[in-house]
Design a protein around this ligand. Structure first.
Ligand SMILES: Cc1cc2nc3c(=O)[nH]c(=O)nc-3n(C[C@H](O)[C@H](O)[C@H](O)COP(=O)(O)OP(=O)(O)OC[C@H]3O[C@@H](n4cnc5c(N)ncnc54)[C@H](O)[C@@H]3O)c2cc1C
Length: 478
């Protein structure tokens, strides 16, 4: 099959999976007002691989490295800087073309690429073969996947084996000749309810007595015992919003409960080798933060664009303090872009797999997360209080009051009132809404909290070299 259509993808989701949202079980997620939006967002990834424009098709598809059959390019295991740069290009172009993030393969392949690295490092032929067979399977069937890494974790100060009950971290509860049985819950998992496969990776380093928690595998989303409990989400545009012509794009996160789920051995990538849990979590985090910094560039470009546009609409684009703030915003965006590009150009090779540069990737993610709220403050400042109090689209369309709004809500006479109002509505969504608060929290936590990036920077930065340079400069013999 190789490349699926949007309809084939949607049909594949009607498979008896157990999905709950707002307290109700959903029989057909493709028709649900919130989950349907998520389905349509991920479906855009399938639309891109059969896009009418050849340049787009060539970006999102690639020949299978051995057979030459057309496959989705996300299923190309990165071997060099060019493969990594292509991932960034795909992520950024998909946002540009679809207006959203069709996250159907990105996080899953971040997990799978990490599983390949670890199986190779371990020299475990069986796990290598399992990962290879699984990759061939998803390539052939063109499946959507989510990456389930974050456990619910209970008391954060305690290790998995010291928790009140054993299930705060996903673990193996039984093994037999056919496979393993796992129990636990993964949380905040992006696109989980609309994926075909779930790939599980340990959330942290495990210790010698925690072998049952050192487990990684892949299973279909409709496997017995798997339950998705989804966040509420916003659903389609409302009639009160000015919005672009295309539908809203949104992904739904879910808690995935694994209620004594059976996993056949051929789908297992790690089971008991606690010494490798750290490498797996670490390598996943590097791949995943690289995915993150790729999609964050267009997101902050839009924020910067709002600031530039609103400065102009308000007639303030030549004012000193506004220009200083715009320069600060531009510096934030361009530093992120430069770091994202640099992390692809200078990968670390694990065998023949190119892992994005861990130091630069973590610096980029930390830069993004630690300064986002400051930049948001500048955008809010430039836009003015109108982004909190704006009249809505229905007000604009009501003939009783339309002329008042037209008359009083204009800004610079170079632009129409409607143009200004449309930008105000975008600014409200991005900087003064439930949605913008969601993005702020996502910035801090998704792809790991800031402390985890600092830990990885501490592990990767060349401190010894810095010290040698200082000793030489001080005239101390080295
Ligand atoms: C929108 C969104 C999408 C996401 N998508 C995915 C996904 O697709 N797949 C996935 O696996 N995960 C996903 N995540 C989860 C994300 O990786 C976690 O939110 C992140 O790792 C933080 O974990 P937590 O939310 O449990 O916060 P907590 O672990 O509770 O962290 C709260 C604070 O406590 C600190 N802390 C926690 N434990 C310790 C400790 N032992 N010692 C010192 N400090 C500690 C943290 O650094 C942080 O400052 C997503 C999250 C969000 C918000």
């Amino acid at each position: 099959m190789g490349i699926r259509t949007v309809e084939e993808y949607k049909e594949s989701l009607r498979d008896g999976r157990r999905v709950y949202i707002r307290g109700s079980k959903v029989e057909d997620i493709t028709r649900h007002p919130v989950l349907g939006v998520s389905v349509n967002t991920v479906a855009q990834g399938f639309a891109l691989t059969s896009h009418p424009d050849l340049e787009v098709r060539n970006l999102f598809t690639a020949p299978h490295p051995e057979t030459g059959e057309l496959i989705n390019r996300y299923f190309v295991t990165p071997r060099n800087p060019e493969d990594l740069a292509n991932r960034t290009k795909m992520i950024q172009r998909s946002i540009e073309l679809t207006g959203g993030l069709p996250f159907g393969k990105d996080i899953g392949t971040d997990c799978l690429n990490a599983a390949f690295v670890v199986a190779g490092r371990m020299g475990n032929k069986q796990y290598q073969e399992n990962a290879r067979n699984f990759l061939e399977y998803v390539r052939k069937k063109d499946l959507a996947m989510c990456g389930a890494v974050t456990c619910v974790k209970g008391d954060r100060s305690k290790e998995p084996s010291k928790q009140k009950h054993p299930d705060y971290y996903l673990h193996v509860v039984d093994k037999n000749k056919d496979g393993i049985v796992v129990k636990g819950a993964k949380i905040h998992i992006t696109s989980a309810p609309v994926s075909n496969e779930i790939i599980v990776v340990p959330t942290r380093q495990m210790r010698e007595n925690e072998g049952d928690y050192a487990v990684s595998f892949a299973i279909p989303s409709n496997t017995k015992g798997v339950v998705f409990i989804c966040r509420a989400g916003r659903g389609e545009w409302t009639e009160h919003e000015f919005h672009p012509d295309r539908p809203i794009r949104e992904l739904t996160e879910a808690m995935i409960v694994f209620d004594n789920v059976f996993v056949p051995w051929e789908r297992v990538f790690l089971c008991g080798e606690w010494q490798f849990s750290m490498l797996l979590a670490y390598t996943f985090a590097t791949f995943h933060r690289f995915t993150a910094i790729s999609y964050k560039v267009p997101a902050v470009e839009v924020m910067a664009g709002i600031a530039v546009a609103m400065a102009e609409y308000n007639g303030l684009d030549k004012v000193g303090h506004i220009r200083n703030k715009l320069a600060e915003i531009a510096g934030y965006v361009e530093t992120l872009r430069a770091l994202a590009n640099a992390s692809a150009k200078d990968p670390v090779m694990y065998g023949d797999i190119a892992v994005p540069n861990p130091l630069i990737t973590n610096m980029a993610k930390l830069h993004f997360a630690s300064k986002y709220h400051e930049i948001m403050k500048l955008v809010q400042d430039i836009c003015g209080g109108i982004i909190a109090t704006t009249p809505d689209k229905k007000d604009w369309e009501n003939p009783d009051i339309h002329d008042y709004l037209e008359h009083y809500l204009g800004g610079s006479d170079k632009f129409s009132t409607e143009e200004r109002l449309r930008m105000i509505h975008l600014a409200q969504r991005m900087a003064c809404s439930h949605e913008s608060a969601f993005h702020e929290v996502t910035t801090v936590h998704a792809e790991g909290s800031m402390a985890t990036q600092m830990m990885m920077i501490m592990a990767e930065a060349p401190f010894k070299k810095y010290k040698t340079m200082a000793r030489v400069a001080a005239g101390i013999k080295v």
